[in-house]
Design a protein around this ligand. Structure first.
Ligand code: GLA
Length: 866
């Protein structure tokens, strides 16, 4: 027997809110919160028709029910606790016999009942629908196909029977958000069950979303712009349709949450999970996609973006084009205009030679250092990538992922394909704040040992090239130690016997120490360094082979090559095919044997060519295109194993310069080599641009003779990142030697500030005659300001930022150039507020001069200026 406890239930709902718990109940629909019901005209009414009169259909009056107007939608949460929905529906008599509508009852995305078109003056039609197990009920009224006029629609006598709990009115669309401290991405599930995203920058939450706003759009089922996903199903169908299933949120640690959004194709056992890890304080979202299926055979993934974020129009893009020795010195800022802008690379084993996989989007005008809404994007992938900015005139979609160029991937049933991770960082306060937040994230998640300072390194490459032996290398140790160097890196040229590595023409692949140069192997050499208190590091290029090597002669089929084509060499070398298990094994054993030498605690992992003939003799003919992805994944497995097996060995990531300056590989490394170009006038620009995305502690910066710049300038620039030297210290003139020793000393004094402090970019070297930076410790007790003068220009103050306005800082120039007058304010003390307002006059005023100023509030400085 049906129990009507409607009034009690209504009161209970009013009193304890939408989460009321009542035992077996029947509730009038009109007792729910009708503000959530959408209407095409007017406001939905409880127990009245839409205009306000009594509910009446074909002369029959109803005390209860809901008066609405087409087109109307009402979502109700039942949570599986309802049993039945009953009503009598029709066009209200207030429409004067006009109007035509259709009533539809939906449960969990499926139509449970539809009235067919009902017209004004027709009798009410009874509804009786079983709701067992339904989570979400949707009541819809359409316009009957002829427009909305006079469509006064009544859900008369409408009631929901419950086993337990109460039904709850929901917002008309399922909406969920990803939120960090100042960034929000809003998603909405459409009437069609697809997932939509409110474009970033479009702040109207009621904006009507169209098919163009679908999130992670799929090719072949109605979407006509650049898709995020393009699949050939096992049966050859080239279309995919993804419907929203639900989401889970997992709090991973304080301020860090993982949201997994499940989508599926109703016609295929094919699932996509969109994954977002939010970092609250850093305003960072890590985003990736997981794809899985259980079709009858492999499906081909032709496009599988890591992200497909939507933005409004009026967006500027900043990206970085370059080449070998010119990485990141050429920032290009341009408005995104209708059409498609593509940034990509097709190099296979590295992301970059010409285009870094990082960029900046700026809303409402060009990005500025201290204000404006900016979004940094960085794809964590060390292979061919593609970032596309697809502007259809209404909005801009930023798609980023593995490059669909030639990389069709064959995914077997039950395997999960995980796309590379996209890293987004948001700021409403310009590029400086954006970078500091991304650096904070990187120290924790993007690199190894992000909270440790680095040792001063000396590399022999520029000093010796390939010409050295045991004694020559040992002869470099004492001067290095005397000068304060802490770590020695032995570069290329130490291996190969039948094909000795005495030039770049031979030996790669034969990783045994050269017996003539090192008769007893590397251990005695490392021991000589360690004996002097120096750490010892080694260069390796495990993925490569020279045709002039024992390895190649034994295994010519181990290299990446195309059948019927003559082998194309770059730097006289070929890439080993890491998709082949025997090669994976060989490379791992090589790395193990090198890094297990006692005394080795540092390694430079190089990769001096990219793919030009992407064929794998190991992969089957119909799986050749998998090479592009399988290679990078096998490489990451190797890097991961290396980092885990040798946790105390520091690793530098190098790829013919900055070819692997990306967060895909960096997480296994402590630093990367930004460029073979170490001319400090160029490094000022490069390091500035890299710093948008990477903390300077990750950027190796060595003093060399490139560009023949004054030693003081070269040292000052190198000190502003991860400091090292690549010089023959035995051959330095005494003045330069003293400058280098002074720089090493100064670096040791401030490395905690440059490594762990916050970076403020003060003066853009691309724009004026000089560049300036400062670093401030998180507790703001100490700071260091760098000024790099590139061209002649007026001597003028530099204005530090980020200082504690109330603290007093003493000014001290570190390692001043012996040829120049001291800074006017040397040794004086000012408050942070004064320094930031009136600036500091640096000692440099001529081209290729630099000035490094320490601002110290901990030295017990008196409050009086002397
Ligand atoms: C690459 C690196 C250099 C050096 C050489 C050795 O070019 O970028 O720093 O290690 O290889 O061959």
């Amino acid at each position: 027997m049906m129990k009507f406890r409607l009034l009690k239930c209504f009161l209970a709902t009013m009193l304890i809110g939408i989460a009321s718990v009542v035992s077996a109940e029947t509730m009038w629909l009109s007792s729910l919160d009708l503000r959530e019901m959408t209407t095409g005209w007017g406001v939905a009414k409880a127990d009245r028709e839409i205009v306000g009169g009594p509910l009446s259909i074909h002369g029959k009056k109803f005390d209860h029910g809901v008066g609405t107007h087409a087109t109307s939608k009402f979502r109700v949460a039942l949570n599986g606790n309802a049993t039945r929905f009953t009503a009598e529906v029709g066009v209200d008599d207030s429409a004067g016999g006009q109007g035509s509508v259709e009533f539809i009852v939906m449960g969990d995305g499926k139509t449970l009942w539809a009235s067919g078109v009902l017209r004004g003056g027709e009798a009410a039609k009874p509804v009786d629908v079983n709701l067992a197990g339904i989570q979400t009920l949707v009541l819809r009224v359409t316009d009957g196909g002829d427009g909305e006029s006079n469509d006064h629609a009544d859900w008369a006598n409408a009631k929901i029977e419950m086993k337990e709990d109460a039904p709850v009115a929901l917002p008309p669309y399922e909406v969920f958000k990803l939120k960090t401290r100042s960034f929000v991405v809003t998603f909405q599930v459409g009437d069609d069950g697809r997932l939509y995203q409110l474009p970033i920058g479009a702040n109207d939450p009621t904006a009507k979303l169209s098919r163009d706003d679908e999130f992670y759009p799929q090719a072949g089922d109605g979407y006509v712009w650049e898709p995020a996903l393009q699949v050939i199903h096992a049966d050859g169908n080239t279309s995919t349709a993804l419907l929203y299933d639900g989401l889970t949120r997992t709090k991973e640690s304080a301020g860090m949450e993982l949201t997994r959004v499940r989508l599926h194709d109703p016609a295929y056992p094919f699932e996509v999970t969109l994954c977002f890890r939010t970092h609250d304080a850093e305003d960072v979202i890590e985003e990736w996609t997981e794809i899985r299926h259980q079709e009858s055979g492999p499906v081909t993934l032709k496009r599988m973006a890591s992200t497909s974020l939507l933005l409004t129009t009026n967006v500027y893009l900043t990206h970085f084009f370059g080449d070998w020795a010119k990485e990141m010195i050429n920032p290009i800022t341009e408005p995104i205009t209708p059409g498609t802008k593509v940034l990509d690379s097709k190099l296979g084993v590295r992301a970059d030679q010409f285009q870094n996989p990082s960029f900046i989007l700026s809303l409402n005008g060009k990005a500025a250092e201290t204000n404006g809404e900016v979004l940094a994007g960085s794809l964590a992938w060390s292979g061919s990538f593609q970032c596309e900015f697809d502007d259809n005139g209404q909005g801009i979609r930023a798609l980023c992922g593995v490059n669909p160029f030639a990389s069709a991937y064959h995914l077997k049933p039950k395997q999960t394909f995980v796309t590379p991770m996209m890293i987004w960082t948001w700021s409403t306060q310009g590029l400086g704040d954006m970078s500091r937040k991304l650096h904070d994230w990187a120290r924790d998640f993007g690199m190894r040992d992000g909270h440790q300072t680095r040792t001063v390194l000396l590399n022999n490459w520029e000093a010796t090239g390939f010409e050295f032996d045991f004694n020559r290398i040992v002869s470099l140790f004492d001067p290095a130690k005397e000068m304060g160097v802490e770590l020695f890196l032995l570069d290329d040229g130490w291996f190969g016997n039948k094909y000795p590595r005495v030039s770049d023409n031979a030996g790669l692949g034969d990783w045994q120490p050269n017996r003539q140069r090192f008769p007893n192997g590397l251990a005695p050499l490392a021991a000589e360094a360690v004996k002097r208190g120096l750490r010892f590091g080694i260069w390796m290029e495990p993925e490569m082979v020279n045709p002039n090597s024992e390895l190649f002669h034994e295994h010519p089929d181990w290299v990446i090559r195309q059948p019927k084509r003559e082998l194309e060499l770059q730097r006289n070398q070929l890439v080993l095919d890491l998709t082949r298990p025997a090669v994976q094994d060989f490379e791992w054993k090589t790395i193990q044997s090198i890094l297990s030498v006692p005394g080795i605690t540092y390694a430079k992992w190089d990769c001096n060519r990219y793919l030009t003939q992407p064929g794998s003799p190991y992969l089957a003919p119909d799986r050749q295109s998998d090479l592009w992805i399988d290679y990078v994944q096998a490489l990451y497995a190797l890097m991961d194993k290396t980092a885990k097996t040798f946790p105390n060995t520091e690793l530098m990531l190098c790829s013919g310069g900055g070819g692997r300056a990306d967060y895909g590989a960096l997480k296994y490394f402590q630093e990367f080599w930004p460029s073979d170009n170490t001319d400090p006038t160029i490094r000022v620009l490069m390091q500035w641009d890299y710093s948008y995305f990477f903390p300077v502690m990750a950027m190796a910066s060595h003093v060399t003779h490139w560009g023949n710049r004054p030693m003081h300038f070269a040292c000052s620039v190198a000190m502003s990142a991860r400091f090292g030297m690549d010089l023959d210290l035995t051959k330095l003139p005494p003045r330069d030697k003293a400058i280098c020793a002074g720089a090493i000393n100064a670096y040791k004094r401030i490395r905690d500030v440059t490594t762990l402090g916050d970076l403020y970019r003060l003066e853009d070297p691309h724009e004026g005659f000089r560049g300036a930076l400062d670093f401030v410790l998180p507790d703001r007790s100490r700071a260091v300001t760098f000024v790099f003068q590139l061209k002649e220009g007026q001597n003028m103050p530099v204005f530090p930022r980020g200082l504690d306005p109330g603290r007093r800082y003493t000014i001290h120039e570190l390692n001043p150039d012996p040829g120049r007058a001291a800074m006017p304010e040397e040794g004086k003390t000012f408050t942070g507020e004064e320094l930031m307002r009136t600036g500091i006059m640096p000692s440099c005023s001529q081209a290729v001069e630099a000035c490094v100023v320490e601002l110290d509030s901990t030295s017990g400085a008196s409050s009086e200026n002397k």
